[in-house]
Design a protein around this ligand. Structure first.
Ligand SMILES: Cc1ncc(COP(=O)(O)O)c(C=O)c1O
Length: 355
């Protein structure tokens, strides 16, 4: 069966450099806060077109630490989309603030700027849009910047989709299946604001600049040297990998133009290639290749987050009911892409493509 993702192939495609990188770190005896991290931070900042990158332990930590670095905490509210991975909200909670989920755009699944503006109140301190599935939400970000509130981009799906930017910061995840995936967990904050970068560096390392001098109560969110070294290997392949993802997504779309596709964009990096189908379980059972669902519930329908549901989010719920993720990763073989194309064309031929 064509897999949704195969991490063995992804790791194999990085050899022998990946094994050499790990061996280099182990031999060096420097396992944390060392030359691999400094080099990765410089290389990643340059790749995304921002002045600073700060490596942290996960994408969730990246969002939490930016919010904390912006001075956001208990008593504050942060507006988020209701259709996203739950870590977007969990990160706000970890900063001590309240996530306020709002509805998303019918076409893109990204936060609806009008819904975000309507949710702004006296306690609102920031907005966190998500570049869902790897589609750069440039216009949404511009619209949100016009509110005057700090905008923190959740770029967990968007490695390579964003060029520079005027937001306070963007937060990346290097969870192993991401376009730039690590050996384990990892994340990064990118920003043009030197003071903000400096504060995130302080917060990831127990508030220490000088050994055992703790300037503030913080946390441990360091990225390991092995992770940084592995990410440097992945970063060198990221642009090619994104090109291959785009090519695969274009072949799917061309094979079945009648399906209800997540929109195309020249900078879409297809972390996930998503189609909407009215009867998802029947579609998944029929197609004969592996599929995924990102995400099966709106955040406002997650048991742990029900208490944050303040606004109706029918468009987020419709996305959650209909979205299906298709196999789309750089190491997918051409014959596998062909097999998926044939199954999609057959689905389009059934004519049940829109609810
Ligand atoms: C949209 C989104 N935001 C945030 C995260 C959190 O990243 P991590 O798993 O690295 O903490 C993820 C990844 O799972 C994600 O998909």
């Amino acid at each position: 069966m064509v897999p949704l993702m195969d991490l063995r192939r992804r790791v194999a495609a990085c050899e022998p450099e990946m094994g050499e990188a790990v061996a280099r770190v182990l031999a060096s005896g420097r396992l944390l806060l060392g030359p691999e991290l400094w080099a990765f931070e410089a290389e990643f900042a340059s790749f995304v077109g921002r002045r600073f990158a700060v490596g942290v332990a996960s994408g969730t930590d990246a969002i939490t630490l930016v919010l904390r670095a912006l001075g956001i905490g208990p008593g504050d509210e942060v507006v988020v989309p209701a259709f996203t991975a739950v870590p977007t909200l969990a990160a706000v909670c970890a900063a001590g603030a309240v996530p306020v989920p709002v509805d998303v755009d019918e076409r893109t699944g990204a936060i609806d700027p009008a819904a975000a503006r309507a949710a702004i109140g006296a306690r609102t301190r920031a907005i966190v849009p998500v570049h869902l599935y790897g589609l750069p939400s440039d216009e949404v970000v511009e619209d949100l910047l016009a509110t005057g509130l700090p905008v923190v981009e959740d770029a967990a799906h968007a490695h390579g989709a964003l060029v520079g930017g005027r937001t306070a910061a963007a937060a990346y995840s290097f969870y192993p299946t991401k376009n730039l995936g690590g050996i384990g967990d990892g994340g990064a904050v990118v920003t043009d604001d030197e003071a903000l970068a400096d504060r995130v560096r302080l917060l990831r390392h127990h508030g220490m600049r000088e050994l055992y001098l703790h300037e503030e109560i913080a946390t441990n969110a360091r990225m390991s040297e092995i992770e940084a070294a592995g990410l440097r290997v992945g970063l060198a392949r990221l642009a090619d990998g994104n090109r291959r993802r785009r090519e695969i997504a274009e072949r799917y779309r061309a094979a079945a133009p009648g399906l209800h596709w997540h929109p195309a964009h020249p900078r879409h990096v297809h972390h996930l290639c998503v189609v909407r189908v009215p009867d998802r379980e029947a579609f998944r059972a029929r197609v004969g290749f592996e599929t995924g669902v990102h995400y099966p519930r709106a955040a406002t329908r997650q048991p742990a987050y029900l208490g944050f549901a303040r606004f109706a989010c029918p468009r987020a719920e419709a996305w959650a009911a209909e979205c299906v993720s298709l196999p789309c990763f750089p190491e997918l073989r051409d014959e596998e892409v062909g097999e998926v194309c044939r199954a999609l064309a057959a689905e389009a031929g059934r004519g049940e493509t829109r609810s």
